[in-house]
Design a protein around this ligand. Structure first.
Ligand SMILES: Cc1cc2nc3c(=O)[nH]c(=O)nc-3n(C[C@H](O)[C@H](O)[C@H](O)COP(=O)(O)OP(=O)(O)OC[C@H]3O[C@@H](n4cnc5c(N)ncnc54)[C@H](O)[C@@H]3O)c2cc1C
Length: 407
């Protein structure tokens, strides 16, 4: 077993595995990923797996585009299915200004080679007959969107990385991380001490505590995020295609088809932060206790938009911790004060952006400079410490805005 390597990646979710995969593809295979439980044990296993090409911020659209390409590439190389369902998505507009904002993005998608169209309300109804289009002006339609099996995608990435020479140690928590005097890093793990040149923290909301060991105060906290799955819906059973996912800025939510049911991820107006005093040491891969009463007002808006959602029972409610930085963007890049330390953490939509972010970080590590400038995800934007209360307020505010287009 290696005790020295070029890179140690801590965390075996979709993001850590994406970094390992991208490094291996670039020839950096002297790498070890350590995961405290099993791959996908954090937020990845219970994610709905939605992948859209229409992100919160246009600046990071390329990360979305690259992510899907990378998962499909890993599927082809490994033979492990990533379970991609190509359904397309509709991001609704309930005002002319939203329509104008969507139209402004047309050149961006054209440049990226991603199919994109701004469609009217009639077309919305044709594409997804479950949408009540009252008050809808139209939508941004991204026909290549869909959803993957997040666990399948993580395992496909891991398998390819392993086949290229990377090592993965499961049931292997990193207990202590330390910067060495002469350069490089020491990582004390369950299976012994590892020395490396580069250390990548891909540990979602656990990153805050690991980084505190180095005196770094990162604004990475988690909040509770609910998703609900309905009983079977006869209208869906009757269709011979899967309806596009609907994102509604007015009732911030994503609603997609899950077999013959609807699956709704809710961005509630008054979110609840979780474990702000520290992640409980015994917390593993469990879900949190659901609180559907809190969602009632929000769900009424979802039902108004998609009446079928309210006409059938709810068979499953998942409440999972979701890492959510104050501006809703991940932290991907180097920590300038600690040479050799890299972050790939704080992903609110880690399935949608994980693959592309792993590629972005790996290229930066190998080439010594970022493949392109993307200050919106650079950890340097949080170099000044943020008082916890301010941080909590910003997290809640950003989350509650859901799919409202940033100014
Ligand atoms: C209900 C719900 C639905 C979601 N749906 C979607 C969706 O449809 N689309 C989307 O893009 N995103 C979705 N997300 C968000 C998505 O799940 C996350 O963005 C993504 O899983 C983050 O991946 P990650 O690898 O950063 O973190 P994680 O998957 O949490 O992985 C971090 C890993 O680090 C490990 N770890 C922690 N500390 C240590 C240590 N000291 N040593 C070793 N290992 C350690 C953990 O065990 C864990 O496996 C959803 C989230 C929730 C809660």
């Amino acid at each position: 077993m290696r005790d020295k390597c070029k890179v140690v990646v801590v965390g075996g979710g979709i993001v850590g595995c994406s970094v390992l995969y991208a490094l291996a593809k670039l020839g950096w295979t002297e790498t070890v990923l350590v995961e405290k439980l099993e791959l996908t044990a954090g937020s990845t296993w219970h994610a709905a797996g939605n992948i859209t090409h229409f992100g919160h911020y246009a600046e990071i659209t390329r990360l979305y585009v690259d992510s899907l390409d990378i998962y499909l590439e890993a599927e082809a190389k490994s033979g492990q299915s990533v379970g991609f369902h190509s359904t397309g998505s509709l991001r609704l507009a309930t005002s002319e200004s939203e329509m104008a904002a969507y139209r402004k993005l047309e050149p961006l998608y054209k440049a990226l080679g991603v199919p994109y169209a701004v469609v009217d309300a009639k077309e919305v109804a044709r594409l997804n007959p479950l949408v009540n289009t009252d008050g809808v002006f139209g939508a941004a339609h991204t026909p290549q969107d869909g959803h993957v099996d997040a666990s399948g995608a993580t395992h496909a990435l891991a398998q390819v990385a392993r086949s290229l020479g990377a090592e993965i140690r499961r049931q292997c928590p990193a207990h202590r991380i330390e910067q060495l005097q002469g350069g490089g890093w020491e990582v004390e793990t369950e299976s012994g001490i590892l020395h490396c040149e580069h250390l990548v923290l891909a540990t979602s909301f656990w990153t805050r505590e690991l980084a505190l060991q180095l005196g770094l105060d990162l604004p990475l906290y988690a909040l509770e995020h609910h998703e609900l799955i309905t009983d079977d819906i006869p209208e869906l059973k009757a269709l011979d295609y899967e309806v596009p996912t609907v994102r509604d800025p007015r009732a911030p939510s994503n609603v997609r088809q899950e077999r013959h049911s609807l699956l709704c991820g809710v961005y509630e107006a008054h979110p609840k932060l979780w474990a702000t005093d520290g992640i409980p040491p015994a917390f593993g891969q469990e879900l949190l206790v659901p609180d559907v009463d809190r969602l009632e007002e929000h769900l009424l808006r979802v039902i108004e938009r998609m009446p079928a959602f309210g006409e059938h029972g709810i068979k499953q409610v998942n409440n999972g911790p979701l890492c959510f930085p104050p501006d809703g963007c991940p932290m991907v890049g180097p920590v300038r004060t600690h040479p050799g330390l890299w972050l790939a953490a704080g992903f609110p939509v880690g399935i949608g952006t994980g693959g592309g972010s792993g590629k972005y970080l790996a290229e930066w590590m190998v080439e010594g400079r970022p493949p392109y400038e993307l200050p919106i995800i650079d950890p340097a934007r949080f170099s000044a410490p943020m008082p916890p209360e301010k941080c909590f307020d910003q997290i809640k505010e950003t989350y509650a805005k859901g799919y409202i287009m940033p100014e």
